[in-house]
Design a binder for this molecule. Structure first.
Ligand SMILES: NC(=O)C1=CN([C@@H]2O[C@H](COP(=O)(O)OP(=O)(O)OC[C@H]3O[C@@H](n4cnc5c(N)ncnc54)[C@H](OP(=O)(O)O)[C@@H]3O)[C@@H](O)[C@H]2O)C=CC1
Ligand SMILES: Nc1c(N[C@@H]2O[C@H](COP(=O)(O)O)[C@@H](O)[C@H]2O)[nH]c(=O)[nH]c1=O
Length: 369
């Protein structure tokens, strides 16, 4: 039997997409309220952290328009919450509004919710259907699911390269390899991430801003720097706009640490056995700090370590129609002795963006948590 998702859940998924740049670190959720006669009476999506969740926005929308919500069906892309977080439980709001049925895409992976929302609704006599739109909702919230289930962010490596895989010349020149359109698209991917991570090599070569300025966004992602020796200059562009900045280091230089902290950075000491930063421990720490999607824009050295240590989930690759020959590559790992030891990927999408190509490729098996 073919199970067809009801159109209202597609509408709710469309609303959830509107939360893409907004709700971090909360999941992107949409909700549509439909009256017993089949009329859409309220809609909403999750607002910024601490603001109302999708269900409450939809209920307010309905009551604001003078609609009676009793007997309505709520189509929602994630299990309604049952706990008192920064806002009250959405289950209670739905029950109080007299909603008769909830169609939800999938259960919330948050251990504080995890099925309790559905139990609470059912206990109050609300009919609950789970499943329609599950794949799309999980995909939209891959970072939230990663953090809740694995305890670490979804790691997306963004790279801009020539068609032959060069990301910078040996003298460090790299601006710009890709077109304006590709770079603007890259900003949209920055905007959906909770944080943008880079290496000290990139900071010293480029003094990048790593902010979102080519697309409108209500919030800027945090910035994370991997810097073993605390070489980060206090006048770096990264510290100029008051964003949260986390610097992971192997250095115990308290003077430099104090200088960076005075500029608003948070310095975290996480050395590995080689005197570099322990990248695996860093991801655990970022998970605890509420980072869902981690957007990496680093050079070939840090990218290489992330690949070598098996920490990369996805590649966001912009390819310019140009050959640059020898230079810095995408990720410096290996040399391998067997082809089978390469990082096996699966293409998710290939699109043209102006003159360039955008390839999204996922590391095989990484999304099966
Ligand atoms: N085209 C593109 O998409 C991009 C190009 N670039 C280009 O890349 C170049 C910089 O590359 P690169 O020097 O590789 O810079 P990275 O950004 O990769 O930073 C590398 C540095 O990170 C530090 N580090 C700390 N811990 C680790 C660890 N566990 N593993 C690896 N590195 C660690 C090391 O310095 P330390 O030991 O001192 O801490 C290392 O030298 C620039 O020319 C820049 O323009 C950069 C980003 C994107
Ligand atoms: N060279 C290159 C990119 N480089 C990345 O962009 C960073 C600069 O970001 P910002 O300071 O915010 O403009 C730089 O340090 C590097 O990480 N990106 C691209 O989309 N295309 C390109 O050709």
């Amino acid at each position: 039997m073919i199970h067809k998702a009801p159109p209202h859940i597609h509408q709710a998924l469309g609303l959830a997409t509107q939360a893409l740049f907004v709700s971090n670190p909360n999941p992107r959720v949409g909700c549509v309220l439909v009256s017993p006669s089949g009329e859409v009476i309220g809609q909403g999506f999750t607002q910024r952290a601490g603001g109302p969740h999708a269900e409450v926005v939809a209920l307010r929308d309905a009551s604001g328009k003078g609609f009676d919500t009793s007997g309505a069906t709520a189509y929602v892309t994630l299990e309604p919450c049952s706990h008192h977080g920064r806002t009250g439980p959405c289950c209670d709001a739905l029950i109080q509004a007299g909603v008769a049925k909830v169609v939800a895409s999938l259960a919330d992976p948050n251990p504080l919710v995890g099925g309790r929302g559905f139990d609470r609704l059912r206990a109050a006599g609300v009919e609950v259907v789970v499943g329609p739109g599950a794949e799309e909702s999980r995909e939209l919230n891959i970072g939230f699911f990663s953090r809740m289930i694995r305890g670490t962010p979804w790691v997306r490596l963004k790279v801009a390269s020539s068609l032959d895989g060069t990301t910078a010349l040996n003298n460090g020149a790299s601006q710009w390899i890709t077109s304006r359109a590709a770079r603007a698209d890259g900003h949209a991917w920055r905007a959906r991430a909770c944080a943008v991570l880079t290496g000290i090599g990139t900071v010293l070569d480029d003094n990048p801003r790593l902010d979102v300025r080519e697309v409108p966004t209500p919030r800027q992602p945090h910035v994370v720097v991997v810097d073993s020796q605390l070489q980060l200059p206090t006048d770096t562009n990264l510290l100029m706009n008051g964003r949260d900045c986390y610097v992971y280091t192997a250095s115990e230089n308290e003077t430099k640490k104090a200088a960076l902290q005075a500029c608003g950075a948070t310095v975290i000491h996480l050395p590995n056995a080689n005197g570099k930063v322990d990248l695996s421990a860093m991801l655990q720490d970022l998970g605890q700090r509420g980072i869902n999607e981690l957007h990496v824009e680093a050079g070939h050295k840090l990218n290489g370590s992330l690949v070598r240590e098996g920490l990369v989930d996805e590649l966001l690759l912009y390819l310019a129609p140009r050959l640059l020959g020898a230079g810095r590559g995408i990720a410096d790992f290996g040399p391998l002795t067997a082809l089978a030891d390469g990082l096996a990927l699966e293409f998710k999408s290939v699109e043209t963006l102006g003159a360039d190509l955008r390839v999204v490729a996922r590391v095989q098996g990484r999304d099966s948590f």
